[in-house]
Design a protein around this ligand. Structure first.
Ligand code: NBP
Length: 475
């Protein structure tokens, strides 16, 4: 029998997706550049379902039913182009080439346009959930044509995570839409992780709590509105004790955060789109600061707040930090969803933010109860201009407000860096402000560059003759 789908690229992600497909009863053709991975997969997991092991791309393509579905799971970048070059000539009009790697959406747009000329559907498909998700149910974000989704969707929905019986997979939009939302998903993940890290740091330094005690705090928080995969694993990591030294695991790990690049892409694209994703940007920069050993070494001797600092008070502060974390998280997600809407408008994708929140409820790294609230906000008759003004979130922010301000003030008093918490609060205050100092900036711009300004009381564009008699001219 012919295979329903083929997977090429059998490192951990590809192998686990192939197994997931096979475990769901689909015949799966498998191929890898080096045959050893293919043989290892069949040896170790061949009994889990119906695999067709293929040595060559030609053999692989011949093993697939038509129109062919080829899932590519190789390293993003040049390897993806190499695989497309190798496989595209073997495909026929109507066939589908699906890139499940972490490609940049602009690469996906380029590849989609090139393959469309040959009549081949190129589907840039975001996959989140890591190795375990790939095997047991990821969140899947396919872009590409609606026609390709009709042929691929049922298979992908079959292997995706399910929440309340709803698959965490939906057609996101044409060409690069899937990889774009996967990119922003990762950006939001950066912001969420940074906020959790700040909460930990503030409680540890502010109250002197131990990692083990903090594990308990996060486990408790995971039972409420913050309930999420990231909070859950935070408790697990904080509870871990290093076998070699007996010290808390978190104290023996070097405090330099690494990054692969999707957070940075999110911020770069947000700058191009003019969307203020300050939460994601602060998270990316915080990782950069942590990783700059030379800079940190040089600055280590700079003075902090004069001792003794009046530290925050016990139980009340724990609840303050929880509320500040929730409020800051709302801001970070609101900004991420704003970026998705801006990208969708820029590229004409018509991405449905509510559908996205729905498929992020399970399978992916940012999965959380919270996503249900976002889904509901976008299900309202009138789409909120920002999630901050959707009734549920507006109320949550109002409730958190006093705690949020106390925590940001405490961070400054203690000298504990909390860029995520403070920038989120600054964004909230900027959005709700009656007047912003941008008026002064316009004045400065007009002064040194005759950049002109608008007035609050009259239509038109104005300039003041700053180096002359300082009268105003219209023009
Ligand atoms: P890797 O990203 O480590 O890629 C290894 C695979 O790429 C191997 O199958 C390798 O073949 C193949 N490959 C390379 Br490298 N260059 C190639 C070329 N020129 N031609 C053909 N094949 C080539 O694998 P991974 O960690 O499984 O991730 C796969 C994709 O999924 C990546 O894009 C990744 O960003 C994305 N992703 C990963 C995760 C995760 O948690 N790891 C989550 C979500 C998405 P070989 O065996 O012959 O060297």
């Amino acid at each position: 029998t012919l295979a329903r789908i083929g997977v090429t690229g059998l490192a951990v992600m590809g192998a686990n997706l192939a197994r997931n497909l096979a475990r769901h009863g689909h015949v799966v053709a498998v191929h890898n550049r080096s045959g050893s991975r293919t043989r290892a997969l069949i040896e170790e997991h061949g009994h889990e379902g119906a695999f067709v092991a293929c040595e060559t791309p030609e053999e692989f393509v011949a093993a697939l039913e038509r129109p062919r579905r080829v899932l590519v799971m190789v390293k993003a970048g040049a390897p993806t182009d190499a695989v497309i070059e190798r496989f595209a000539p073997l495909l026929e009009p109507g066939d589908m080439l699906v890139d499940g790697g972490n490609a940049h959406f602009l690469d996906t747009r380029r590849r989609e346009a090139a393959l469309r000329e040959r009549g081949v559907h190129f589907v840039g498909c975001g996959v989140s959930g890591g190795e375990e998700g790939a095997l047991l149910g990821p969140s899947i974000m396919p872009g590409g044509s609606a026609e390709s989704y009709a042929a691929l969707g049922p298979l992908l929905e079959d292997i995706a995570a399910k929440v309340d019986g709803v698959p965490c997979c939906t057609h996101i939009g044409p060409d690069g839409a899937g990889h774009f939302v996967k990119m922003v998903h990762n950006g939001i993940e950066y912001a969420d992780m940074q906020l959790i890290a700040e909460a930990y740091d503030l409680l540890r330094q502010g109250l002197g709590m131990s990692p083990a005690e903090l594990a308990g705090v996060f486990a408790e928080w995971n039972r409420g509105e913050l309930s999420s995969y990231l909070i859950e694993i935070t408790a697990e990591v904080l509870r871990q004790v290093d076998a070699a030294t007996g010290r808390p695991f978190v104290d023996v790990v070097a405090d330099r955060a690494e990054q692969k690049g999707t957070g940075r892409w999110t911020v770069q694209i947000a700058l191009d789109l003019g969307v203020p994703v300050s939460g994601i940007a602060e998270a990316v920069f915080a990782r950069s600061v942590s990783g700059d050993a030379g800079l940190r070494e040089a600055a280590r001797g700079l003075p902090g707040p004069p001792a003794p600092v009046a530290g925050p008070a016990g139980e009340g502060f724990v609840e303050d930090v929880r509320r500040a974390l929730y409020a800051s998280k709302i801001v970070a997600y609101a900004q991420g969803f704003d970026q998705i809407r801006a990208g969708s408008a820029e590229y004409g994708w018509a991405v449905d933010p509510g559908a996205l929140a729905t498929i992020w409820r399970g399978g992916c790294i940012i999965r959380a109860v919270f996503l249900d609230r976002i889904r509901e906000a976008y299900a309202a008759a009138e789409q909120p201009a920002t999630l901050l003004v959707a009734p549920y979130f507006a109320e949550a922010l109002a409730l958190a407000q006093r705690s949020w301000r106390r925590v940001v003030a405490a961070a400054a008093e203690l000298g504990v860096p909390a860029p995520g918490f403070s920038s989120a609060l600054a964004y909230y205050d900027a959005l709700r402000a009656e007047r912003l100092p941008a008026a002064l900036i316009q004045g400065q711009r007009d002064f040194f560059g005759a950049h002109t300004y608008r007035r609050v009381d009259r239509e038109g564009v104005f300039h003041t003759l700053w180096s002359g008699d300082r009268t105003e001219v219209e023009g």
